[in-house]
Design a protein around this ligand. Structure first.
Ligand code: NAD
Length: 478
């Protein structure tokens, strides 16, 4: 058998054109060790962890300012690195800026507890950083995901080693550069580059890393959790999804259809919360499905910087191959491909990793295509009879990241929203995800919650302190 040694470089390719845009050196094992050593040194000696929170907050604000100053360039870099439409990339830079500002605010206002004393002392809690945090991110929204981890981890006083995906390596070094220029002490935020199986795995296993924050697929998350369990270090895991998007017969059809289409074809379906399983109440099944298909067929699939683009290419050619195989399997399982299911043709698509918006029905809820994440522009549609049937079908997957419910009945929305196993429930809306509201998954979609005030506490450990007020020396026995 012929084996080839893995290359020492990552090649970033623009998925809209196939053109190489950059090469990035993979971090060697020796360089990884040195990176962790520097991070530990910075954690212990830079003064960051003991800097008063309102002063740490100033640096986080300065990082937000630095990102804002380079907003357009960063958006264009992400567009080239992973092919998302320019408007979406701009939104993601805005989101990263907002995240640094939000955690600056949380950093300087977060209070800990004075706990009820049960003796002659004052008892209270303080938050301590873990030390060196490994932040590992996927390729679909690099800067936004990086900020969701880096901002709260720094706010809590940690040093961070960021490992972006091998498929989108270009944004993380920009964030580290901007953070340093904004006044973050040297080596508090460093970047390592490489594939998950080697550099990612070595980072997670490194004894100098005291906490792991991971966003990515469930298979990788499980591998990381095993190592974290063995090492007894905490691991926050944001994983995949197969989120149900539910349309009841009493729903506002116009809004529901628009949200279903946006919920799956936004970001070309490369979103962990993509509403990839569409459940439509039986009495309106054909009518709503026809409208969804009609809309999907007319989405403007175009280069990411084209005027009016609604869906760009997929993030890489090998990912497009995976999505195409997913659709082939759905066909083999007996699914009817109602639209898409192919690579678009025409001069503007030549050289790019495009795939058409695809809607499939005719499968049972247990079909592999209704259970596994495609992470692409592929929607499977299923009818349901009543609430009980819907809840059984919708909860019948290993995932539990998000769901959407369209109904005019607030009582039904409440019942169904409470019954569905999902970390985020959107009622008469979809895919709202803001930095101030906790985010995370049930079941195989993850462990822990990012964002919100608890998103900072994720990166801190609680220390309980007691100040004695005894008038008499403590006795050995009472
Ligand atoms: P992936 O799991 O292949 O890789 C994610 C990151 O983990 C990459 O940086 C990769 O190099 C690294 N990695 C992989 N195996 C590793 C290991 N054993 N040890 C350490 N690091 C390892 O995922 P992907 O293909 O980059 O992204 C797509 C997946 O991410 C989808 O499943 C999607 O649903 C999920 N995702 C989840 C969220 C969320 O917040 N829940 C957000 C975005 C993406």
């Amino acid at each position: 058998m012929v084996t080839t040694a893995p290359s020492a470089e990552l090649v970033s390719t623009n998925p809209a054109t196939g053109a190489e845009i950059a090469r990035v050196a993979i971090t060697s094992p020796e360089a990884l060790n040195a990176t962790v050593d520097r991070a530990r040194h910075a954690f212990h000696h830079s003064g960051w962890k003991s800097l008063l929170p309102h002063k740490r907050a100033l640096v986080l604000h300065a990082i937000a300012d630095g990102l804002a100053a380079e907003k357009e360039a960063l958006a264009r870099l992400q567009m080239q690195d992973n092919g998302k439409p320019l408007g979406e990339c701009r939104g993601m830079v805005e989101s990263a800026i907002g995240t640094f500002r939000y955690y600056a605010g949380v950093c300087e206002t977060l209070e800990t507890d004075v706990t009820p004393a049960r003796g002659d002392y004052v008892s209270f809690t303080v938050l301590e950083p873990f030390g060196v945090v490994a932040a590992i991110t996927p390729w679909n929204s690099p800067l936004m995901n990086d900020a969701t981890k880096v901002a709260p981890a720094l706010a809590a006083g940690n040093a961070v080693i960021l490992k972006p995906s091998e498929d989108s390596p270009l944004l993380a070094p920009e964030l580290a550069r901007i953070a340093r220029a904004a006044g973050l002490p040297q080596d508090l935020l460093q970047v390592v580059q490489g594939r998950g199986a080697d550099v990612g795995a070595a980072l997670v296993a490194h004894p100098g890393v005291r906490m792991i924050s991971f966003t990515g697929g469930t298979v990788s998350g499980r591998a990381i959790a095993r190592v974290a369990g063995d090492r007894l270090v905490p691991a926050a895991l944001e994983l995949g999804g197969k989120s149900p998007h539910v349309v009841f017969a009493d729903a506002d059809r116009v809004h529901a259809v628009a949200a279903v289409v946006a919920g799956i074809f936004g970001s070309a379906g490369q979103s962990c919360v993509a509403g990839s399983r569409l459940f439509i109440e039986q009495s309106i099944y054909h009518e709503v499905l026809t409208q969804v298909v009609e809309r999907a067929m007319h989405l403007r699939v175009a280069p990411p910087d084209a005027e009016g683009v609604e869906m760009g290419p997929l993030a890489s050619f090998h990912h497009r191959e995976r999505v195409a195989q997913f659709v082939d399997r759905a066909r083999a399982e007996g699914g009817r491909v109602l639209c898409g299911g192919a690579v678009p043709t025409g001069p503007q698509y030549e050289g790019g990793a495009y795939y058409l918006p695809t809607v499939i029905d005719g499968l049972g809820p247990d079909a592999v295509s209704c259970q596994e994440e495609a992470f692409g522009p592929v929607l499977v549609a299923l009818p349901f009879k009543d609430e009980a049937d819907l809840i059984a079908q919708a909860n019948g997957t290993a995932f539990g990241l998000a769901c959407g419910i369209w109904t005019e009945s607030f009582k039904r929305a409440w019942r169904v929203g409470r019954a569905l196993e999902a970390g985020s429930v959107w009622i008469n809306t979809y895919k709202q995800s803001v930095t101030s509201t906790p985010f995370g998954g049930f079941k195989n979609s993850g462990i822990g919650r990012e964002k919100g005030i608890d998103g900072l506490k994720l990166y801190a450990q609680v220390k309980s302190m007691y100040f004695g007020l005894h008038e008499q020396p403590l006795a050995v026995a009472k």
